[in-house]
Design a protein around this ligand. Sequence first.
Ligand code: B12
Ligand code: SF4
Length: 489
Amino acid sequence: MRVILASPEAKVWSVRKHIPLGLGYLAAVLREGGHEVMIYDAAIEDVGVEYYLDQAEAAGRPYQMIGVTATTPLMPDAWAMAQMGKKRGLHTVMGGPHLTIMPLESLSAPHDEYVDYVFKGEAEYSFLELINTLDAGRLPGVIPGIHFKRNGEIVASPESPMIPDLDALPFPAHALFKIDRYTNLQPLTDGLDVDARSFTILTSRGCPYKCTFCSKPVTGDTWRARSVDSVIAEWKWLVNGLGATEIGVTDDIWNLKLPRAKDLCRRLIAEGLNTVPWVTVHGMKVNHTDLELFQLMTAAGCKRVGFGVENGDENMLRNVIRKGQTLDQVRDAFANAKAADLQTMGFFIFGMPGDNEETMEKTIQLALELDPKLANFMLAAPFPGTVMYDMIEEGGEVFADNWGDFAIHEQKSRFTMNENYDSDLVIKKWREAYRRFYLYRPERVVEKMMFKENWTNLPGTFAQIKRFFIGAKDQEPTPAAKKSKPVAA
Ligand code: B12
Ligand code: SF4
């Protein structure tokens, strides 16, 4: 079958473009199964997916299926893509994090008019099974994780267990990505090459922690690691075969097992792969680190590490966020990473349930104390399926109007809790954090001014200044927005 795998772009992550690796995995398995696959990523294309469908049709080799991936904020665009595919008579399939949490939504009106199949969870093998079934002219029956409508009724198969042996999967079809169009991996990557050929790699899937804001429906709670041999083989291919000049490790928690993380670094050094810089895109867990790990990472070519710090208040960290780490562990990790000459990046969240003037002030103080190279202050977003979402449903109201409002970089507060929770204060402190971290310290201002990209991309620079330091009236939560209904399909 000829399949186009598509990722929509809701402009929720406008600064950096990363390859949609999940589609790379799916494409690899489908191609091994004898199917023709193209990956379309709206984030880096100048033309709509229609362009490629037309081209294929004109060449007499039309696509027969469109498979659309989506995180929660991308859903409106993802539905639009499926709708367009259906109008052209294609089988339409959806999968990805949001579909894993809410598979039934996309098979309910009005989406059931144009969505044929929805998959929950990791779908490499099950998606292939669907395509083989349709290719053979049969109707699907029980396929792990599949949801579809038959005679007006939704048929739902139980999800397959998470893929236990990740080494058995082929490497993602990296060669299908138009890699020259992607940016490097870190926003505001001072010191890293802005034009790098940046690939990402997953060395493990899953995470046993249960942070209350985290939505990890696809990869789950069971940590499954690839063997170091398999990771090194892919890394070699990226560097020697595809000319990678930057690599991002995007695991949920790549350093869960310290000895394995160290082994991986030692092998990168032994194989001479340490000449290509790499970063930990989504951060490391501070309580699974030590000085030796950071030293090995530096020797292995790592340039920058990120840590989920989240909050400066011990009680918030332990009882609300349930992060499974202490402030002292945070401090140690930053100190050790800096001692090993790594650039550091800290992720901080503002506006979790229970956050108040005092706790948010502690978060700002901690950011100033840790002084990472890059501080990312985010507004808490209650993604469906998270414990945080349930906390709010119990005591307050989610007031996002549509899934697009869940983009973390939208400067909106998205819920009310109770009389102790002040969403306007959250926005105020969040903006204050950016000002105090970046604007009110002369050394930081000078550092930013030295950063070439801030000058070569002036519109982008002004947009950032407006977003973080000034803000626009219509971006603030208004009383009208607060009264509006929770999200509807
Ligand atoms: C790397 C990453 C990014 C990168 C790159 C994203 C990209 N282009 O793919 C960046 C930094 C840009 C990013 C941004 C955002 N991210 Co992000 N990101 C990740 C991360 C760490 C890894 C993604 C990945 O490669 N997963 C591994 C692959 C194998 O899984 P997968 O992509 O889900 O694909 C599998 C299945 O879902 C399924 N599948 C997927 N698509 C399809 C399609 C079809 C047709 C079928 C049948 C099956 C199917 O099969 C795949 C293979 O098993 C995940 C965490 C995670 N564990 O997944 C978070 C995660 C996906 N991100 C998340 C969020 C919230 C965001 C943002 C919305 C944040 C924001 N700014 O508001 C943005 C959205 C950007 C976007 N374009 O979607 C959440 C999503 C939660 C949700 N409910 O949607 C996650 C799960 C993190 C978390 N734990 O909370 N992200
Ligand atoms: S935030 Fe990180 S450590 Fe916490 S559950 Fe999610 S992936 Fe695991």
